[in-house]
Ligand binder design. Structure first.
Ligand SMILES: Cc1cc2nc3c(=O)[nH]c(=O)nc-3n(C[C@H](O)[C@H](O)[C@H](O)COP(=O)(O)OP(=O)(O)OC[C@H]3O[C@@H](n4cnc5c(N)ncnc54)[C@H](O)[C@@H]3O)c2cc1C
Length: 284
C-alpha cells in the first residue's frame, strides 16, 4: 500500500530536529533508515502528518573512541558498525550480532539507533547492548540525559525515549579481550530470530571469571539472563560446567507462541543456544 500523505522536513542539526518535534508534536514521527518505519506507514498502522528525517544531521553519524567507551552515533548504518575495527576490538559482541542482522541492503540503510529506538523484542541488537551495559544518550528541549541499558527497554516497541526526544548516541563500555558469540536460530536466511542468545565472557585461564548473557524474542523486551550469568561465574568452560548453567536459561522468560514454535519449544531452544553461545565465546 501507499502511505497516507505527509509533509516532510530534513533538519541539519539536532536542535532543529528537536524544534520540529516540539512544533508538530503528536503529528510528527522521526525517520532514520526507514527500514521499520516505512513498512508501518505503508500498512497504514501509523499515519503521521509530518516526517522528520535525521539523515542530514552529520553529528549523529560515526563511531569514536572515548577512553573507556566507544560511542556509536544513532544514525550510523548497521553496515558501518559491523565492519568497524573499534567495535570489533572493544565490543566484539556487537560486531557478531550485526553480522546476523537482516540482509546487506537493510544493513546498508538501517541504523544502529533506529533499530534500538524501534525496540522490537526480536531485534538482534537489544541483547548485546544489555550484555555490554550500554548507555543511551537522549536529547530533548531541556538538554541531554543518559539512560542505562537496563532502563532503556520498557516494553514491546517502547523505550525510555520520550515523544519529544531524539536518541543521539550509544556509549558502550569497552570489553577488550572478552570472548563473544551470537547464536541466532532462524528457519531461513536473513530471518528475524526465532530465538537468539548473545554471550560475552571474561576468561581467567580455563575458568569463566565473568559472563554476560542476553536473549532476543524471549519476552516483550530483550532480556538479560541473570540466573545463567550467576551460575557461570567461576565455572570451568567445559561442556558439563556450561550445560548446568544453561539449564537456568528459561528463568524469567515469557516468549511468544507463534508459527515458528510455541513458548515451551522456545524455552527449550534458549537453553541449547545458551550452551553453544557461551562455549563459543569462551573459545571452547
Ligand atoms: C525485511 C526486513 C528484515 C529485517 N530483519 C531484521 C533482523 O533480522 N534483525 C533485526 O534486528 N532487524 C531487522 N530488521 C530491522 C532493521 O534492523 C531496521 O534497520 C531497524 O529496525 C530500524 O532502523 P531504521 O534506521 O531503519 O529506523 P526507522 O525505521 O527509520 O525507525 C524505526 C523507529 O525508531 C524511531 N527512531 C529512529 N531513529 C530514532 C532516533 N535517533 N531517536 C528517536 N527515535 C528514532 C522512528 O521514529 C521509528 O519509530 C529488518 C527489517 C526489514 C525491513
Amino acid at each position: 500500500m501507499i502511505p497516507a500523505a505527509f509533509d516532510y522536513v530534513a533538519p541539519t542539526s539536532v536542535e532543529e530536529a528537536l524544534a520540529a518535534l516540539a512544533q508538530y508534536g503528536d503529528d510528527a514521527k522521526i525517520i532514520a533508515g526507514g527500514q521499520s518505519l516505512l513498512p508501518v506507514l505503508r500498512m497504514r498502522l501509523n499515519a503521521p502528518e509530518w516526517i522528520i528525517d535525521l539523515r542530514k544531521i552529520e553529528s549523529l553519524r560515526g563511531i569514536r573512541d572515548d577512553g573507556d567507551a566507544i560511542v556509536i552515533g544513532a544514525m550510523t548504518p548497521h553496515s558501518v558498525v559491523g565492519s568497524d575495527p573499534l567495535v570489533r576490538e572493544h565490543a566484539t559482541l556487537i560486531s557478531e550480532a550485526v553480522g546476523h542482522l537482516a540482509d546487506a541492503q537493510i544493513r546498508h540503510r538501517g541504523t544502529f539507533g533506529g533499530a534500538l529506538a524501534h525496540a522490537d523484542p526480536a531485534g538482534d541488537l537489544g541483547a548485546p547492548v544489555l550484555c555490554l551495559g550500554a548507555e543511551f544518550v537522549i536529547a530533548g528541549s531541556g538538554g541531554t540525559r543518559t539512560v542505562a541499558a537496563d532502563d532503556f527497554f520498557v516494553d514491546l516497541f517502547e523505550t525510555a525515549i520520550g515523544d519529544d526526544e531524539i536518541l543521539t548516541e550509544v556509549r558502550i563500555p569497552k570489553h577488550t579481550g572478552w570472548g563473544a558469540h551470537y547464536e541466532k536460530m532462524v528457519r531461513v536466511a536473513h530471518q528475524w530470530p526465532i530465538v537468539s542468545v548473545a554471550a560475552t565472557v571474561r576468561m581467567d585461564g580455563g575458568t569463566i571469571a565473568e559472563a554476560r548473557v542476553g536473549f532476543a524474542n524471549m519476552g516483550s523486551t530483550a532480556l538479560r539472563a541473570r540466573g545463567v550469568e550467576e551460575a557461570l561465574a567461576g565455572q570451568p568452560a567445559t561442556e558439563d560446567g556450561v550445560r548446568a548453567a544453561a539449564e537456568r536459561a528459561a528463568e524469567g522468560t515469557n516468549p511468544p507462541s507463534d508459527l515458528n514454535g510455541d513458548a515451551e519449544y522456545k524455552k527449550h531452544v534458549v537453553g541449547v543456544l545458551t550452551r553453544r553461545a557461551v562455549l563459543a565465546a569462551a573459545g571452547s
